[in-house]
Ligand binder design. Sequence first.
Ligand code: ADP
Ligand code: DP6
Length: 351
Amino acid sequence: MSTTTPFIGSRGGSPGVTARSCANIALVKYWGKRDAARNLPAAGSLSLTLDALVTETWVEFDPGLVRDELTLDGAAVSEEVRVKTSRWMELVRARAGLAQFARIASVNHFPTASGLASSASGFAALAVAATRAAGLSLSARELSILARQGSGSAARSLFGGFVRMHAGTAADGSDCFAEPLAGSQLPDLRMLIAVVGAGAVKEHSSRDAMDHTAETSPFYPAWLALVPRDLEAAERAIRGGDLRALGEVAEGNALAMHASAIAARPAIMYWQPATLALLARVRELRRAGAAAWATTDAGPHVKVLTDAGSAATLAAELAQVPGCSRVLVSGVGQGATVTATTPQGEAKATP
Ligand code: ADP
Ligand code: DP6
């Protein structure tokens, strides 16, 4: 159930609320939509939240503003990103019965728009901070549905650990949300993030690339048919404590996603030579007995699923691959949360 808390105070603004969210990497990918206007995915997905990729976002509603303002890493964002964010903020205002615009300051503690899931942690942190600042108290499911309308992968970043996104069937998206996957028997996981190209901004956003794949790739129907099978196999592996089985599904699923994108006309090709070199090195290390399985997203970086005991050695191996700028070792991340609330001017929120 949602509740709305009105704000009182001399300036009539809201408290400033800071939220923190981790990005997540999908082991069974979201790639294509059933409804672009509502941002409804065509299929489910399954992800792991990562503690090495963090976004912090501060939001304050202010009656003195004539439009929403957004800075990212200390600089004003492009008008395109500001308008996209502001459209999403309309959903929060409508729900809270607020007319005020907001001042938003966000920091991604990792490269933005580079294939490291900044849209996931970005919209998850914004969803938590903006709804709290607007006086809304939403259920986890409501918050996930709201975050999804900003970015599909953000619906998953609200939660820690393994997270399952449901595509749902309702036309209004009311059953399209993410929730933590219960019953994991895989503790002590690590994900290595082998950064390629020093985190440069990618050529195609995930959104444009998945739409283009769905519209033009002859392999897109095959991709969609594969996802339910991979979801079932991945869930079985997680609940059965079978890292090898999970790794094999994750690597195969990522390659299938990219196969569908590469076959689009014109092709969407996120991989660079160093991406292929890293993928080959992971296969080599695995043949030599390592617990290592690769996945890649809408960018050139390679993420490697492994266990805590293998992480340091594998990271050192991957760092040697020509073209790899650095390797981050990530543990499993927690869900998004409010980290600070400060009063705005003399304004005070009613309890
Ligand atoms: P990535 O691989 O980093 O997720 P995308 O192209 O999918 O790249 O998404 C990048 C977009 O996500 C940005 O252009 C912006 O619209 C949004 N975004 C990224 N970080 C934030 C943030 N901290 N707050 C709000 N929106 C963000
Ligand atoms: C390759 O969630 O960024 O990372 O909903 O259009 O904002 P929009 O897309 P987004 O796409 C993520 C694509 C992916 C796979 C995944 O995270 O599942």
